[in-house]
Design a protein around this ligand. Structure first.
Ligand code: 13P
Length: 341
């Protein structure tokens, strides 16, 4: 086995090691502005650095966080004391990851649908990211559900791009974290979400197979199967857990290194409860963990944003609490009683 492959296998296994998951803080400049606006903090480069410094320097972050996905800007930034964030992470046993797609753009000819761009020049960017310390890379595709969507064309185009990016990642020695997100926006029921997610994942794994992606060195980041956020009838925790596992067991090969979920607009506690319910059912071929953005950051952002100078530790306490809750959920050992802190 080549050294590169051995390293990727180790990284993929560490990303989903028992009781740990991924912190997604790779918001693009546009998205982080929205988040900071929500707490009345101006989105300057230094405030973005300060916010992410607060998160990345939380004490013992690595206990429940195995890796963090960064945006290009963050991968190059340092703490107030001049230590690179990538160094802080390595010291805390948190693997640096990087978002490498260039965002979802309108899919020509298919109104309401998107295609993720970013393949041009990706080989060179991946080489640089490896040099800068990144060991895994994320690419997010977006699938929208409505009365007439998604089209097969949108699913095919996005899955093809995901597989091309994943193959380039492995060539560069980075573990691909392939993320097809079926959006929860809309009034569709959970059955529709199940069908669309299953079709998307089957198409994705066909494409990964055709492009020779090594599944043992690949992580799937997926949406859970939930009712559309405007659907009158909302599936409960057990229904979400069962539908999501049903979908995954039908479409994801057992050799994949692991599966992590995005939170996609779920509340912090919902995202934890759903993950826990799936792991309580257990007996699965892959580790199931988390790679949450909003569901790990919402409380931390709110507390820190109220007073960024004085509330660094208070914000960190919120992040560490959510990390611990999700770490327990990744082992099916969570209970809402543990939320008091
Ligand atoms: P959310 O958990 O907020 O959906 O973000 C995860 C993510 O990385 C989306 O690409």
């Amino acid at each position: 086995m080549s050294d590169k492959l051995e390293e990727m296998l180790n990284v993929a296994a560490a990303m989903v090691s028992p009781g740990r998951g991924i912190l997604a803080i790779d918001e693009s400049t546009g998205t982080i502005k929205k988040r900071l606006d929500s707490v009345n903090v101006e989105s300057t480069e230094d405030n973005r650095r300060g916010y992410r410094q607060m998160l990345l320097t939380a004490e013992n972050l690595g206990e429940h966080i195995s890796g963090a996905i960064l945006f290009d800007e963050t991968l190059r930034q340092s703490t107030d004391g001049g230590v690179l964030f990538t160094q802080v992470m390595q010291d805390a046993d948190v693997i640096p990851g990087i978002k490498v797609d260039k965002g979802a753009h309108p899919l020509a000819g298919f109104e309401g649908e998107k295609i993720t761009e970013g393949l041009d020049g990706l080989r060179e960017r991946l080489e640089e990211y490896y040099e800068l310390g990144a060991r895994f890379a994320k690419w997010r595709a977006v699938i929208t559900i409505d009365e007439f969507l998604p089209s097969q064309t949108c699913i095919d185009a996005n899955c093809h791009a995901l597989a091309r990016y994943a193959a380039l990642c492995q060539e560069a020695g980075l573990v691909p974290m392939v993320e097809p997100e079926v959006l929860m926006d809309g009034d569709h029921d959970i059955e529709t979400a199940l069908q669309v997610t299953e079709l998307t994942l089957k198409t994705l794994f066909n494409n990964l197979y055709e492009q020779d992606v090594i599944l043992e060195a690949c992580i799937l980041k997926t949406s859970m199967v939930v009712s559309g956020s405007d659907c009158a009838e909302q599936a409960n925790v057990d229904e979400v857990a069962e539908a999501t596992l049903d979908c995954l067991l039908n479409s994801v090969p057992a050799s994949l290194a692991g599966i992590v979920f995005l939170s996609g607009g779920q509340s912090e506690v919902e995202a934890t409860e759903h993950l826990d319910a799936m792991n309580k059912i257990g007996n699965l071929p892959w580790p199931l963990s988390f790679s949450y953005g909003r569901a790990l950051q919402a409380s931390a952002l709110k507390v820190w944003g109220a007073n960024p100078k004085d509330n660094v530790q208070a914000g960190q306490a919120e992040l560490l609490h959510r990390s611990r809750m999700n770490g327990l959920a990744a082992q099916g050992e969570y209970s809402t009683d543990l939320e008091e802190h």
